[in-house]
Design a binder for this molecule. Structure first.
Ligand SMILES: *[C@@H]1O[C@H](CO)[C@@H](O)[C@H](O)[C@H]1NC(C)=O
Length: 205
């Protein structure tokens, strides 16, 4: 907890005082290192992801970490190293402390998280497959009963999309960005061009 005092910024309002307090911390042996120094940002300034909250990030300034918040509805993308409106934050690990369990990734059908004694390993199913929590395995995508959440990537309003392969299924995104499933009536299929049901049949593969 040795770097918590940087939250005093608003109280002290002076980075000089913060540096002095930081030095005192080092002198009294309360601080060995911090996330910035660990990441090699001791002399170079830069940004790091906040390990637990992706609406936040860490700004490293002269080797000191400062907690920063992204603008509302923006999320810190560790690849672009900036807050982004389209970045989808990874779900926090919910791995049980012991045992081997495979957990689904919300809204991303082809991915799952392999938990081994509390550590999560991200995994991706082979092409055409999707993860089934019930079967604890990758299965044919059509059999997985999973809804791909594409709400964050669609820019037109209202947000409507169909399956990747021809089907009667389509999804309408609600305000929370969650897809709600609908099915075209018998004899109709969803058409991605008109974004509605049309008369037709899917080609037999
Ligand atoms: C990350 O965010 C959490 C929650 O907002 C905050 O308590 C913590 O201080 C932040 N910083 C780091 C380095 O985890």
């Amino acid at each position: 907890m040795c770097w918590t005092y940087h939250n005093l910024t608003s109280v002290l309002g002076s980075s000089t005082e913060l540096v002095i307090i930081g030095l005192l911390g080092v002198l009294f042996g309360t601080c060995a290192a911090n996330v910035c120094i660990d990441a090699g940002l001791e002399t170079t300034d830069g940004f790091l992801p906040n390990a637990t909250d992706c609406t936040m990030y860490v700004s490293c300034f002269k080797g000191l970490p400062y907690d920063m918040a992204c603008p509302i509805n923006y999320f810190f993308d560790p690849t672009l190293v900036k807050c982004s409106a389209t970045y989808v934050c990874p779900a926090p690990s919910t791995c049980p402390e012991t045992g081997i369990v495979k957990q689904p990734v919300a809204g991303v059908c082809a991915e799952y998280s392999l938990c081994i004694d509390g550590t999560a390993y991200p995994k991706t199913c082979a092409a055409g497959l999707a993860f089934s929590e019930a079967k604890q395995n990758c299965v044919l995508a059509a059999d997985a009963g999973c809804i791909e959440n594409k709400c964050a990537t669609i820019t037109t309003d209202p947000k409507i999309y169909g399956d990747d392969v021809c089907s009667a299924n389509y999804y309408i995104c609600d305000k929370a960005g969650e897809p709600i499933a609908f099915t075209c009536d018998t004899g109709l299929i969803f058409d991605a061009t008109v974004l509605d049901c049309i008369v037709g049949e899917c080609p037999v593969v």
